[in-house]
Write a protein that binds this ligand. Structure first.
Ligand code: GTP
Ligand code: MG
Length: 295
């Protein structure tokens, strides 16, 4: 009896698809048709519960949960090889030459400047006095040693994802990669982008040493502009494209070099790209005001 009804329903549905909505006609439409509701029903069930109009996914629940509270600190995880220019970058962002201070997560206070304690200990956040609302975590050098360093970074991200206070969550990752003609991407750098990471925190890649790359590939028969252009193509082919092909690619990237006079422009681009990669409006405005502020 139910089988007959199903046959009739299926024929009506196919007729509708064939003559009323001839294109596109995919098997997916058929499986999503009302017929499947009847098929799933045992004959004793009185009436089927109506399917929800909007399906709320785990990720929706997570997003709502993730951005609870009002952010007053913008937290950035900085990743990169040793000596790749992380501190230089952060000093430029904060427009300072001072040493960073350890940030105490409990008292929400800046402790004395101490370079040695803060740097490379991912669990010891630090900040600059000039921009105390920008909190940084410096990762261990993921390229050094074994798998431990990368695991430490991934575990740290997972842990911070569980934080209920929005201020304790990591809001962005700045991943520094040194541009080098001879050594493009390192295996563990690529590995980071090949992993599904907890929290889906937006990652911006900062290519440092663009000036060094130009020097490495410099051709005296070409103009300054042409050499720069070739360096840009090199970045595209050997760095940007392989990263974009990964399962968790960066949201954006920006090139940094040591040329005086360009620093502020580069910082502005980095802040703009980081802001664009954020979904939360409160975090966007916090980043902009925290970077500009000196209080
Ligand atoms: N040519 C060039 N040199 C740079 C650039 N960025 C940083 N440097 C230099 O690279 C050296 C290392 O910079 P740091 O900022 O100390 O690098 P770091 O990643 O913080 O180093 P560690 O904390 O020791 O891992 C310094 O001498 C910087 O002046 C860049 O874009 N181009
Ligand atoms: Mg440093």
């Amino acid at each position: 009896m139910l089988g007959d009804l199903n046959d009739i329903m299926r024929k009506i549905w196919e007729y509708i698809l064939l003559y009323i909505f001839p294109q596109p006609r995919t098997p997916l439409i058929l499986t999503a048709s009302p017929i499947t509701i009847f098929e799933a029903l045992p004959s004793t069930t009185p009436s089927p519960p109506l399917p929800p109009i909007t399906t709320i996914t785990n990720s929706d629940i997570y997003d709502t949960y993730r951005f609870q509270g009002t952010p007053s600190r913008f937290r950035i995880l900085v990743i990169g090889r040793a000596d790749c220019g992380k501190t230089t970058l952060l000093q430029r962002v904060c427009n300072t030459t001072e040493d960073p201070c350890i940030y105490d997560d409990k008292s929400k206070d800046l402790l004395e400047p101490t370079l040695a304690r803060g740097v490379h200990d991912i669990n010891r956040p630090f900040a600059f006095k000039s921009n105390p609302r920008l909190i940084f975590h410096d990762s261990p050098d993921i390229e050094a040693g074994d798998e431990m360093q990368l695991q430490e970074v991934l575990s740290f991200l997972e842990e911070r994802t569980k934080a209920t206070d929005v201020n304790d969550q990591v809001h962005a990752i700045w991943f520094c990669i040194v541009l080098n003609n001879c050594r493009p991407l390192f295996p563990k750098e690529l590995e980071f982008f090949r992993q599904k990471r907890a929290g889906n925190v937006p990652t911006i890649v900062i290519f440092t040493g663009f000036d060094d790359l130009i020097t490495q590939i410099y051709d005296i028969d070409l103009t300054e502009h042409e050499n720069r252009r070739i360096a840009e193509l090199h970045v595209e082919e050997h760095f940007r494209r392989p990263l974009q092909a990964c399962i968790s690619p960066p949201c954006a990237d920006v090139c940094f070099d040591d040329k005086d006079g360009f620093h502020q422009d580069q910082v502005n681009i980095l802040i703009e790209k980081t802001t664009s990669s954020l979904d939360d409006i409160a975090l966007k405005s916090l980043l902009i005001s925290a970077q500009n502020s000196d209080s």
